[in-house]
Design a protein around this ligand. Structure first.
Ligand code: PMP
Length: 461
């Protein structure tokens, strides 16, 4: 059999893909009939496919390629580390330099007293660590009943049994017997969809106070932690009203509930600060990290933990860990990624250059007739599609029908936006330059105009 390479005809690659590869979050039957688009290489913010098309990736892959594609420095860091020490673990009284150096660097970069890192291979694994860690922490403090974790509906925290249970996606809970016990979901701070007649500020407070109500109902002696994404990503880039996080923080402090900020998307420059917690004034006890930690060049994630949590955990033999916790190659890649973010002042670039320009264009999208709200923080943005802006109405079609039409038209115009229900979202590489931003909006605006005609033609609006 001949080798399968980039040089094969697209149809042949698609046929083989359909025959043997099961895609995540996909109905593989319909995809195999249509054929997946084959991505062959990438540079900067552009992907190239097997037909030679240049696609502008306004999603940084899965919100992870923060520094952009094709940085040789990361490839070289991986090769150097692979030659020197490709693998060793840190389970049984051993350690290695990449894990030491990355933990040390993260302790310097993370805010407050978040000075200790437990590594994982991605965000789901890190959130599973968090579930077991907060329950073990309270048990070690003589409070074994303090094990309920409060999360939000429409949150995304990963796809493993534990992390998907933390998540609030009903369609995920419906498959495979989730959620695990002692996870409780309160309502999300999604003003556009659920705010009714309240102002965003009133609504933010009301939704935060659901945390207090839940704690009082269950008893603070049963609640271990609250987990939230500073901005819900996979839930549709839901940016909470300004009143939300300060109230959540107040409640966690008052009732001694550990606060876990899931920074898997919001970390490493995405919001115009190194961490979303800094953007929203959150003081977490534990921070989940992944994605932008290595800009997706190697799979790595982890939990950054406060001095207090680490001190309690230090007295326990925590029966938890992954073969690839602190993987030396992934850690070396992450360190190099962090070096580039700092040396090339990428966070400053987001704050001072890229985000203001994207914001200007993004807010103008409401001039399109079917775009209701347009919201943005740093380089994370969403628009809500609606048949009637004044009432924030939903389309009569199944949720996501209109969103997916728009997404497909964007894709055919060679710009990747993601649809989440009837919201469209972007999270481009944090290195995106002004000319690439202009090109991105040329393609987005063209796509939205074509989408509006298609939606009218199909009688959906
Ligand atoms: N938390 C958040 C906020 C995420 O967005 C994601 C992934 N989209 C995860 C956790 C899970 O991370 P992973 O896919 O690396 O397991």
């Amino acid at each position: 059999m001949s080798a399968i390479t980039n040089h094969m005809p697209t149809e042949e690659l698609q046929r083989l893909d359909a025959a043997h590869h099961m895609h995540p979050f996909t109905a593989n039957g319909p995809l195999s009939k249509k054929g997946a688009r084959v991505i062959t290489r990438a540079k900067g913010v552009y992907l190239t496919d097997s037909d030679g098309e240049q696609i502008l990736d306004a999603m940084s892959g899965l919100w992870c390629v923060n520094i952009g594609y094709g940085r040789d420095e990361l490839a070289e860091a991986a090769a150097r580390q692979m030659k020197e020490l490709p693998y060793y673990n840190t389970f049984f009284q051993t350690t290695h330099v990449p894990a030491i150096a990355l933990a040390d660097k993260l302790a310097q970069l993370a805010p407050g007293d978040l000075n200790h890192v437990f590594f994982a291979a991605g965000g789901s694994e890190a959130n599973d660590t968090n579930i077991r860690m907060v329950r073990t922490y309270w048990a070690a403090k003589g409070k074994p009943d303090k094990k309920v974790i409060i999360s939000r509906k429409n949150a995304y925290h990963g796809s493993s049994m534990g992390s998907a249970s933390l998540g609030g996606m009903g369609y995920m809970h419906a498959q495979g017997g989730l959620p695990i016990p002692d996870i409780h979901h309160i309502n999300q701070p999604n003003w556009w969809a659920e705010g009714g007649d309240m102002t965003p500020e009133e609504f933010g407070l009301a939704r935060a106070r659901e945390l207090e109500e839940a704690i009082l109902e269950m008893g603070e002696d049963r609640v271990a932690a609250f987990i939230g994404e500073p901005i819900q990503g996979a839930g549709g880039v839901i940016i909470p009203p300004e009143t939300y996080w300060p109230e959540i923080q107040r409640i966690c402090d008052k009732y001694e509930i550990l606060l876990i900020a899931d920074e898997v998307i919001t970390g490493f420059g995405r919001t115009g600060n190194l961490f979303g917690s800094q953007t929203f004034g959150i003081r977490p006890d534990i921070m989940t990290i992944a994605k932008g930690l290595s800009s997706g060049y190697a799979p790595i994630g982890g939990s950054i933990v406060s001095d207090e949590v680490a001190a309690v955990m230090a007295e326990v033999e925590f029966s938890h860990g992954y073969t690839y916790s602190g993987h030396p190659v992934a850690a070396a890649v992450a360190l190099e990624n962090l070096r580039l973010i700092e040396e090339e002042k990428m966070v400053e670039h987001v704050r001072d250059t890229a985000a203001p320009l994207v914001r200007e264009h993004w807010l103008k999208l409401t001039e399109h007739e079917m775009v209701g709200e347009a919201v943005i923080t740093g380089l994370m943005a969403s628009i809500a599609l609606t048949p009637d802006k004044s009432t924030r109405a939903k389309f009569a079609s199944d949720p996501g029908t209109v969103g997916s039409i728009c997404r497909d038209i964007c894709f055919s115009n060679n710009v990747i936006m993601r649809h989440i229900g009837d919201r469209l979202v972007i999270a481009p590489p944090i290195t995106i330059t002004p000319p690439d931003i202009e090109e991105m909006f040329t393609r987005i605006n063209r796509s939205l105009e074509q989408a509006a005609s298609a939606i009218k033609d199909q009688g959906l609006m």
